[in-house]
Design a protein around this ligand. Structure first.
Ligand code: FES
Length: 82
């Protein structure tokens, strides 16, 4: 699905440029840059932010799922997901 009509960017392209860790984009502007373009009208920024947030949530859930820490009832890793 096209999420940015000005730059003809799809949701899949946005998801593809998301990578966990410090090197990945953290703002919509960084996503545009990652995809070799720049925002024009800005109408898509909210949608791009939602895709980013979903990607971050998915990465956090995956990290907790594979968590090997034994924190018990006060697990800080679980709190990051909630
Ligand atoms: S729709 Fe993305 S900059 Fe216009």
């Amino acid at each position: 699905m096209i999420v940015c009509s000005c730059n003809v960017l799809s949701d899949q392209q946005v998801k593809a440029c998301m990578s966990p860790g410090a090197g990945g984009p953290r703002t919509p502007a960084q996503v545009y840059r990652c995809l070799g373009c720049a925002p024009r009208c800005g109408r898509c920024a909210t949608t791009i932010r939602k895709i980013m947030n979903a990607s971050f949530a998915e990465a956090s859930a995956d990290a907790v799922e594979g968590c090997t820490e034994t924190c018990g009832a006060v697990c800080l890793h679980q709190a990051k997901v909630a």
